[in-house]
Design a protein around this ligand. Structure first.
Ligand code: 5AD
Ligand code: SF4
Length: 470
């Protein structure tokens, strides 16, 4: 009988990508998607450790799953419970100790080993003398990308493709170098093959993913000199040239240190590279950037933005900010506020600093009180929200090429994305999904725009033979 799998994903797009890969790995074992955890034969919590309370959320979810499993057992069924992702990597043994209901704990590097772990967990004798579940440290971690199956054909118009994983930057607040490990780049040929498969299954936009994506340095394809590596710009040019039907390329998340000249130039040259960049700055105070071990100064950030705008004048910027990093004084924070006013962001994410166990900043003595963090976050978010609204309002009356992605909530409604990553609603035929259409923007809501199709197709993407692609 077909079995059902429920994956609950927390955190970043890399986790969303990984969850899809875990589902692909388990499909040959007969697992199909479940609508709810209660009806699932296996539940995976794909966890995030980047900010506070993540592990507490996981433990309370595990409490609920234990009850759900007891109900299934009473009805003659069962449920395998697995915890994956960065909390699993950071606190694996602790999870098994505190939550004996858990059958499998696995970090991001061993997803391709899931079938073996599931086979073991299905045997009653799989637990150790203390009755604890399986920890993936018993399973050697090779490059998972060499072992994962090809992504299943979802038919989605916009898809993610992981090209890089891990990080060597060691920002003093961040757990990623510990949970995701050292920086690793997939070979160009592997990425190209995956991109082709995604486009063949309907993708028109691909977002290249990596924790530090612009540090990408992957093995060049055959034909290049032995041992040669390509950077992100070279990879993007290659995909833009070689993958027919790929209309849009994005990449995330970048580090200012790795925004090299070639990548900046690519933004001015490639119509497929969308005029939107998420470039976390964290703070605008050099003193705080130094304490964060960010390896860049604020003058460098201004320089990058200046050059990007010279190359691609309509580029829209997004960023991440942390307020209340240890030692941040009012003057430091004011520099961040000034930077925001000066640059102008189309959207941004901002967070209160949260001490992550095991990171250097967690041990710094000059921690900022919670109420000060709260107050700064409110001030920062007020400006960022205003800028986002202004940016969206500036679209009214303009014609934007929108990639139509999926049906909206209302009958006849389709939702797509502008080049600047704004969600745009319109009335259109479902057959239009997967096409880039010109919409005249005539309304803005809280988080989205609405538009009406116009006849002419003057945007560069229209030059691509959209129907010719399978
Ligand atoms: N506290 C608050 N925010 C953090 N981020 C990463 N670590 C922390 C932390 N300890 C934020 C950064 C990063 C984003 C993904 O999460 O802004 O860019
Ligand atoms: Fe974390 Fe810094 Fe690496 Fe980004 S660059 S993943 S913030 S250590």
């Amino acid at each position: 009988m077909a079995k059902k799998l429920y994956i609950k994903t927390y955190g970043c797009q890399m986790n969303v990508y990984d969850s899809a890969r875990m589902a692909d790995v388990l499909a040959p074992l007969g697992y199909g998607p479940a609508e709810t955890p209660a009806e699932a034969d296996m539940v995976i919590l794909n966890t995030c450790h980047i900010r506070e309370k993540a592990s507490e959320k996981v433990f309370s979810e595990l409490g609920r799953l234990k009850v759900a499993r007891e109900e299934r057992r009473a009805a003659g069924g069962d449920m395998i419970i697995a915890v994956a992702g960065c909390v699993a990597q950071a606190e694996g043994a602790e999870i098994l100790r505190r939550a004996p209901a858990v059958d499998i704990v696995l970090g991001p590097q061993t997803y391709h080993r899931l079938p073996e772990m599931v086979a073991r967990a299905s045997r009653a004798a799989s637990r150790d003398a203390k009755g604890r579940g399986i920890l993936d440290t018993e399973f050697p971690a090779e490059s998972k990308f060499d072992h994962l199956p090809a992504p299943s054909e979802t038919g989605a118009a916009s898809a993610f493709l992981a090209i890089q994983e891990g990080c060597d930057k060691f920002c003093s607040f961040c757990v990623v170098p510990y949970t995701r490990g050292a920086e690793f780049s997939r070979p160009v040929a592997q990425i190209e093959a995956e991109a082709r498969r995604l486009v063949a299954s309907g993708a028109r936009e691909i977002t290249l993913l990596g924790q530090n994506v612009n540090a990408y340095h992957g093995q060049a394809p055959t034909g290049a000199p032995n041992g040669a590596e390509w950077g992100l710009a070279r990879l993007v040019r290659h995909l833009a040239e070689r993958v027919d039907g790929l209309l849009r390329i994005r990449y995330t998340t970048s580090h200012p240190r790795d925004m090299d000249d070639d990548l900046i130039a690519a933004h001015g040259e490639l119509p497929q590279l969308m005029p939107f960049l998420h470039l976390p700055v964290q703070s605008a105070s050099d003193r705080i950037l130094e304490a964060m071990n960010r390896q860049h100064r604020i003058a460098h950030f201004h320089d990058i933005v200046g050059r990007l705008r010279a190359t691609r004048p309509d580029i829209a910027l997004s960023s991440d900010f942390i307020v209340g990093f240890p030692g941040e004084g009012e003057a430091d924070f004011q520099q961040t506020m000034d930077l925001v006013e000066e640059i102008g962001f189309a959207q941004a994410f901002s967070f209160k600093y949260s001490a992550r166990p095991g990171t250097p900043a967690a041990l710094m003595e000059n921690q900022v009180p919670e109420d000060v963090k709260d107050e700064r976050l409110q001030r920062l978010q007020a400006v960022l929200n205003r800028q986002q609204t202004e940016f969206n309002r500036g679209m009214i009356g303009r014609v934007l090429p929108v990639l139509l992605e999926k049906p909206g909530k209302h009958p006849g409604q389709i939702v797509g994305r502008s080049p600047y990553l704004q969600a745009v609603h319109c009335q259109a035929d479902a057959a239009e999904i997967g096409r880039v259409v010109d919409l005249r923007i005539d309304g803005i809501g809280h988080f989205s725009l609405s538009g009406t199709p116009v006849e002419s197709s003057a945007h560069p993407e229209a030059a691509y033979p959209q129907e010719a692609v399978a």
